[in-house]
Design a protein around this ligand. Structure first.
Ligand code: AHG
Ligand code: MN
Ligand code: MN
Ligand code: MN
Length: 320
């Protein structure tokens, strides 16, 4: 049998980190089971509440959030969690030896749930060092991440993680995540660009030259591009990791600092991108070096193959 996720992490890292990543994977396996039959269990559609982002929470957003908080609360090594779906951090009191903060997007791509398109879970793990408050530990830059992972609930359910020793993928089979790819490398240049072209008018100003160069094939050495946009960040990123190219979410009128959130979308996937030989910037700075001011801060995002991220960064006339 292929290596399990716990065995893989334990070979390279501490038992606590292996236990933490495995617990998150168990939570994801529970979420996956609920997603598979969501249409029969009345857990599709809106929950009737709004999150701190001003988004209408979907029932599965709330279910996924509760599932992850429950599995993480059961681990004494976890001091607190930050979730897209909860305005304030959830702090687990009375844990003097806790080592980790888990920061997550419990369900990414909520707009795709009801139409049976890939959705995901994204987790960033930061260290809680002695003498540092939980709040300070939450607001560390992405360079300090201990590990990052995402789960892509699709035709297969695939978990991709890095803990600083390369990027590795596991496929869910009979409730267990088994190793399916090791040391994944993102192509240095790729055939796809991925953005919400409905924003093109607004993004034109900041990314105008880059977008026209995708279209006329002059962005990177005459390479012709195809457009691919799923609308679930984890699905657009997973394709970019495997096939190359670039995903971009520029600033728009509605989201002047970009739509994607730094702590639980941009940082974890930028860590994975860089570990796989790719890159991630906000158009001016490396994503992982941005120092967050508050847990739900947003950032413009250009993430993917080195060639495209560099070419677009060089073209942006008005850096966000
Ligand atoms: P979430 O469902 O966690 O709120 O994230 C949705 C994000 C991301 O998954 C995706 O890339 C982006 O929203 C799509 O935004 P648009 O619909 O504005 O293109
Ligand atoms: Mn959301
Ligand atoms: Mn998301
Ligand atoms: Mn979400």
């Amino acid at each position: 049998m292929a290596m399990t996720l716990f065995q893989h992490v334990r070979q390279r890292h501490t038992p606590e980190l292996a236990a933490l990543i495995t617990a998150i994977a168990d939570g994801a396996a529970t979420i996956e089971r609920r997603i598979r039959t969501a249409g029969l269990d009345d857990i599709l559609g809106a929950a009737g509440s709004e999150n701190v982002q001003g988004e209408a929470q979907q029932k599965l957003d709330v279910l996924a959030d509760n599932t992850l908080i429950e599995v993480l609360k059961a681990l004494p090594s976890v001091a607190a969690v930050v979730s897209e779906e909860d305005e304030e951090p959830v702090i687990f009191e009375g844990r003097p030896n806790a080592k980790f903060i888990a920061i997550f997007d419990p369900l990414d791509g909520s707009s795709n749930i009801d139409v049976n398109v890939n959705v995901g879970t994204i987790v960033s793990i930061q260290a809680l060092k002695p003498g540092v408050s939980v709040r300070e530990a939450i607001l560390q830059p992405g360079t300090e991440q201990i590990a990052a992972l995402y789960v892509n609930y699709g035709p297969s359910t695939i978990l991709v993680y890095t803990a600083g020793n390369g990027v590795h993928a596991f496929t869910l089979a009979e409730g267990e995540f088994l190793l399916s790819s090791e040391d994944m490398k993102m192509p240095e240049q790729g055939p796809y660009y991925s953005m919400n072209e409905g924003n093109i008018g607004e993004s034109q100003l900041v990314y105008g030259k880059a977008i026209s160069r995708f279209r006329d094939g002059t962005l990177v050495g005459g390479k012709k591009y195809s457009s691919r946009y799923v609308g679930s960040f984890i699905a657009d990123f997973h394709r970019t990791l495997l096939k190359g190219g670039v995903f971009l979410y520029p600033p728009t009128k509605k989201a002047p600092n970009g739509k994607l959130r730094l702590l639980y979308e941009a940082n974890p996937l930028s860590f994975i991108a860089e570990q796989a030989g790719g890159a991630a910037s906000n158009g001016r700075y490396r994503i992982l070096e941005i120092v967050p001011t508050e847990p739900h801060v947003r950032t413009p995002l250009i993430i993917g193959s080195q060639s495209e991220v560099a070419a677009i960064g060089g073209l942006i006339s008005i850096s966000p």
